[in-house]
Design a protein around this ligand. Structure first.
Ligand SMILES: *Cc1c(COP(=O)(O)O)cnc(C)c1O
Length: 497
């Protein structure tokens, strides 16, 4: 604990908190006085119980202090706008700034205003849902869910309602999930009240077909699959899998968080899937990370349409857009209003800017870039977990005797955000790399050079790797204490001691 306090103290000396920059009476903005009618006071307006009794302890700084403070903090962070960010299974790619300009057009809109005065916004949502349905090969799409995991939950709840409507919910208790699945898949199935059955992978990195086949039956409600899976490998027997599942009336759920490997080229609906969620904050360039708002639309086939969350945005014959609430089989609302509207505008802007041809290029470049890096990684001494053509990402392991965590730390000194580490769990020391389609050849070559430098230095200099990073604001943190005893509120350090 003392080591952490010392590090924190040093950090604060170098970079005072906004509270420590405060000077009594200094102001960045002065709001106008409340314009009250004669004889009216705040107590009458708000009620005595709602008046503040203690002074609000906000830092008192000028606008310039404030801007410098936050810009300074941003400069200490890794971000897509500043650094290469090859985070596998997360698709951290370029966030086009034109998306922001488009989203800013809608800031005057209020979700409570009458739909007749928000026709443009509703048309955009309607068109986006239509485009996503077309891209995924589904019949209808809801835009409400606020994250990938939230989309999964929405999708599995619809499957649940579907079996309820058939009178089969009592018997269909199991959701099948391969062992390489994203952790949110089994969590979703459990949250929705199902039991999870895990299926192992085979030596090619695909689902073990025989094990899957043996697990099928009318007690199974759904199979949740990611394709390409989290090893970046396309399931070559996908059509057989969906056919066998269909024989038992099992619903097929497609985790489409990262669809950049197939977008514009292959459609989960055509592979026989019944439900898919997309992460607009991965595949469709909406910024993500840092807990910001996500967006996880869900597409379904016709038989699941009655279960979509309400309201559904509909287009009447006269071209007017409206909200349908009267859908008796709906699972209900899963998010206030229509989802994270600003993100939906961003994704729509991206899709319209690229068009069908552009989206087709996305998947070509995503796969080409990842395979380029996979081969380069092999040349500088990494092993790849499965030696075959992969899709938009690949899994590498470091040379014997080196630890993935140490290499990840060393990358920080070179201004590169680490790849995903220790995931998927099925590969020990996994390093999961996704360059994305938006990085240039030069950036990828520079990345390979950095990785080569790190490996060489690790071999020639004892202790180097274990000591990294050397140049970051804080170095190795006590992650256990940070997780178990997090300090989340501001206290003046001197007073805390
Ligand atoms: C990111 C991801 C999710 C979860 O998405 P969130 O928006 O973080 O909830 C689910 N599945 C896969 C394969 C993912 O990569």
């Amino acid at each position: 604990m003392t080591a952490i306090l010392e590090q924190t103290k040093k950090h604060q000396d170098d970079y005072p908190l906004i509270f420590e920059r405060s000077k009594a009476g200094r102001r960045g903005a002065v709001p106008p006085q409340a314009n009250l009618a004669d004889g009216v006071n705040l107590e009458m307006l708000l009620g005595a119980d709602n008046l503040r009794v203690r002074k609000l302890e906000l830092p008192e700084v000028s606008e310039l202090d404030l801007v410098r403070h936050y810009t300074g903090l941003a400069n200490r962070q890794m971000s897509v706008d500043k650094n290469f960010y090859p985070l596998g299974s997360c698709t951290m790619k370029y966030n086009p700034k034109v998306n922001e300009a488009a989203a800013a057009h809608f800031t005057q809109l209020h979700p409570y205003q009458d739909p007749s005065t928000a026709q443009g916004a509703l048309e955009l949502l309607h068109n986006l849902a239509r485009d996503l349905a077309q891209i995924t090969g589904m019949d209808a799409v809801t835009l409400q869910p606020a994250a990938g995991a939230h989309g999964e939950f929405t999708g599995i709840l619809m499957i649940r309602k579907y079996f309820e409507s058939l009178g089969e919910l009592e018997t269909r208790r199991v959701v099948i999930v391969p062992d390489a699945a994203h952790g949110t898949n089994p969590a979703t199935a459990i949250m929705a009240g199902f039991e999870v059955l895990e299926i192992p992978g085979n030596d090619k990195g695909e689902v073990d077909f025989a094990a899957l086949e043996a697990a099928l039956g009318t007690h199974v409600a759904a199979i949740m699959l990611t394709n390409p899976n989290t090893l970046g490998i396309f399931e070559t027997r996908i059509l057989e899998i969906s056919q066998r599942a269909r024989d038992f009336g099992i619903q097929l759920y497609y985790d489409g968080a990262n669809t950049n490997a197939i977008v514009g080229r292959a459609r989960p609906g055509d592979m026989g899937f019944d439900v898919i969620h997309l992460n607009l904050h991965k595949t469709f360039t909406v910024p993500h990370g840092g807990g910001g708002p996500g967006t996880g639309p869900v597409g379904v086939k016709k038989h699941l349409e009655p279960f979509l969350p309400t309201p559904v945005i509909g287009r009447l014959d006269d071209g007017v857009y409206g909200l349908e609430f009267d859908r008796p089989q709906s699972i209900g609302r899963v998010r206030s209003f229509y989802g994270n509207f600003g993100n939906l505008v961003r994704a729509y802007t991206y899709i319209r800017a690229l068009g069908a041809e552009g989206l087709h290029d996305v998947s070509s470049m995503a796969v080409l870039n990842a395979n380029y890096l996979r081969v380069k990684f092999g040349q500088i001494g990494f092993e790849t977990a499965y030696s075959r053509i992969n899709m938009h990402e690949f899994v590498a392991v470091p040379p014997k005797g080196m630890r993935t965590l140490d290499i990840a730390k060393a990358m920080l000194d070179h201004g590169i955000h680490p790849m995903t580490v220790y995931f998927p769990l099925v590969v020990p020391e996994a390093m999961m790399v996704e360059p994305t389609e938006t990085e240039s050849l030069e950036t990828m070559d520079a990345f390979v050079e950095v990785m080569d430098t790190i490996l060489r230095r690790a071999k020639s200099e004892a202790g180097y790797l274990e000591g990294a990073p050397y140049t970051t604001v804080v170095r190795r943190l006590d992650e256990v204490t940070a997780a178990k005893r997090p300090v989340l509120t501001y206290k003046k350090l001197a007073a805390a001691k």
